[in-house]
Design a protein around this ligand. Sequence first.
Ligand SMILES: *[C@@H]1O[C@H](CO)[C@@H](O)[C@H](O)[C@H]1NC(C)=O
Ligand SMILES: *[C@@H]1O[C@H](CO)[C@@H](O)[C@H](O)[C@H]1NC(C)=O
Ligand SMILES: *[C@@H]1O[C@H](CO)[C@@H](O)[C@H](O)[C@H]1NC(C)=O
Length: 364
Amino acid sequence: MQKSVNVGGGFLVVFLCFIDCFQVGFAQPDANAKGTIRISWDDMKMDERGARLISYKDDYNGSRVIVVDKNGGGDSLTVQGAIDMVPQYNTQRIKIYILPGIYREKVLVPRTKPYISLIGDQNHVCDTIISWNNKASDADSDGTALGTYRSASVTIESDYFCASGVTFENTVVAEPGGQGMQAVALRVSSDKAFFYKVRVLGAQDTLLDETGTHYFYKCHIQGSIDFIFGRAKSLFQDCVLQSTAKKSGAIAAHHRDSPEEDTGFSFVGCMINGTGKILLGRAWGNYSRTIYSYCYLDDIINPSGWSDWNYPYRQKTVVFGEYECSGRGATAGGRVPWLRPLKYKDARPYLDIGFIGGEQWLKL
Ligand SMILES: *[C@@H]1O[C@H](CO)[C@@H](O)[C@H](O)[C@H]1NC(C)=O
Ligand SMILES: *[C@@H]1O[C@H](CO)[C@@H](O)[C@H](O)[C@H]1NC(C)=O
Ligand SMILES: *[C@@H]1O[C@H](CO)[C@@H](O)[C@H](O)[C@H]1NC(C)=O
């Protein structure tokens, strides 16, 4: 197994090897009896010692730690530098602890590097920011337009990823109606990812929730148009969804083309807030699935609701629903005429981590 950088001195290398071997033999905190890897709170935790004793490469519980400090006090100056230190086909939880600061860089966590945690300070999410500013119409080095997918400031491709206490940001300001203004802050195409107390900030197309099963808990997601979109199966629980649309914009654009696709967006206990005419969801594909339960639809100034894109044939196949939501926006109208009220039994499958099979991979 590749050592992280600068361990200097044979003794330390041997010592770390001893810890590694020991872990392989005795301690697999993330593995349950059946050998299934799970994500637990410990994977998001960083204690004082892990964070401060930079040369101490493993925390108490056997996770490896890499410290990012833009001021030079850590193992890497950049977040990407830390990810580059993770061995290919990594098999063990690696915590990347990011000290406060604005990290102006584009970050990719590749498919070959699972079990990575990105950890900032959960109590000061605004202090640790990964920020970039590509938009869809920007050209790459070959002169080809990046397109929406490649505009992402941070891209997560690897499984069993988790993050906490970090802000992901794309600073492009979308002009209403402007072409090529899609500017993704965070793109997640991995399976089994957990985000706790993160902020995802952008304007048009902020969070590309591309594929896989994901859990967003107590997150803040902000944007103007279609700012949560993709074909993932995700639960957003106790999140703040902040719309910054000047005139009008949809929160969710879930993409589903057939009833066989086991995907959807479920928002539970979220606070929906903002300006403009907010649409709760827009059908992308004939089977788009988006459900809001126990949400508080706050400052929705103009009538809000759902957009069916004027395709009447979708009314039998699109799954849109609201269950026990409250606030002014919950009664403001603007609903597609064919929206059916949900009963508890209809809403039940969407209400907890069972929706994303979370009992298989989350240990919270
Ligand atoms: C290590 O594990 C113990 C027991 O599960 C837990 O209380 C502690 O918070 C963990 N520490 C870290 C840094 O994960
Ligand atoms: C909701 O929006 C209002 C007005 O913009 C603001 O005062 C309030 O703090 C917001 N609430 C949240 C939870 O963001
Ligand atoms: C959606 O359904 C309509 C009407 O049945 C059909 O014409 C269209 O091709 C479908 N779209 C996709 C992407 O399957």
